[in-house]
Design a protein around this ligand. Sequence first.
Ligand SMILES: C[S@@+](CC[C@H](N)C(=O)[O-])C[C@H]1O[C@@H](n2cnc3c(N)ncnc32)[C@H](O)[C@@H]1O
Length: 431
Amino acid sequence: MKDGGRLSAAIEVLTEVETRHRPVQPALRDWGTSHRFAGSGDRTVIGNLVFDALRHKSSLTARTGSSEPRMQILGTYVFAWGNGIDRLKEVLGEDPHSPEALNEAEESALANESVDDLEPEVAADVPAWLWPYFEAAFGDNAVNEGKALATRAPIDLRTNSLKSDREKLLKRLAHVNAEATSITPTALRIKAKPGASRMPHVQAEEGYRKGWFELQDEASQIAAALACAKPGEQVLDLCAGGGGKTLALAATMDNKGQIYAYDSDRLRLAPIHERLQRSSVRNVQVRDPASSNLDPLKEAMDLVFIDAPCTGTGVWRRRPDSKWKLSEKALADRLEEQRKVLDTAKEFVKLGGRIAYVTCSILPQENGDQVKRFLAENSDFEAVDAIAIWKHVFGEDRLPAYVTEEGGVTLTPATTETDGFFFALLGRKTD
Ligand SMILES: C[S@@+](CC[C@H](N)C(=O)[O-])C[C@H]1O[C@@H](n2cnc3c(N)ncnc32)[C@H](O)[C@@H]1O
């Protein structure tokens, strides 16, 4: 396919996503199934156009004067991909499968490269209702943070230290340009590339099948490392889901001690069994919510890890459609779930034990505010300074920029080059 046909296809897919409220991946898959002539390279380009259009929806609407999929995709091709109006006009004229030629108003909008007069939340591509929270979280840096969350994410990998080491993996994965990251000693990164570029399929690598590495953003690896789970400890991973953090915790514990992996949704736990096996993790008991009684674990855990249900505002790079779907009701629901899960967690912590509270959100309500409320209501717990732990675990070179009053840290694409994440540690006093 030529670019013209790909642009038409991207407009078709984005229309499907916007009008029928479908997630992007299934819409892309269906398009591929009904257009067998398109190769995998074509599908990559079409997907990149759709995802980039969603990343920049607000600024593209302001710049092109239209929220229609046609102008969102053409604007992406011209602005975000840097092709310019002249190249677009060539493409529209060279292929019968191209979108229709531009009318006068469209041409004038797409010829205007200026971004000077955009409102801050529009320049940042952050939904207007969330902007006050961005400003509360990041102050003068809010626009930069929004822009960084509208970029493409890299592929991050976690070295499974139970089976491999980073040096070995760097050699094995040199052909996909994997590099060491600068914060955790476990992480490797394959940088995102612009425009039509394709990212490698790392699950097809021998090292993945053999459990030498997992796909995991560096922020998740940092959160697991900051929890400082030690060999021999008793750990409850209370929101274990598919087990990403469970595996990372098991590696820091060197397979010694015990992790209980629980999730209130048994379907979400399902992938954990295969992952534990591939990674050679042996110190995890999976606790199915339908058949398990967690009561015997009460007051007995050194660490309760809460990878809390959240709005996912920190992972907009990876799920740009979720940015525009998020509602005030969904935020309120997540806040309630977070309160509940924190209140459940405290029952399991032994004297002198700790709760690690983690979200993949950057909103203060889900992060520092939850910690503050919890501490106000539970005088037997105290805040632990996450920066002191960070220095101990990672050194002082790349300290996080955002620290809450209670000592929690917020990671962001703009400051730590990771997904947006929050980490706080709450210690149960010894008396
Ligand atoms: C962010 S996801 C967990 C991701 C997972 N830890 C990982 O690393 O792959 C949050 C999880 O919390 C679970 N959850 C929500 N409320 C819960 C509760 N009250 N108790 C236990 N799990 C809960 C959800 O089912 C969801 O799987």
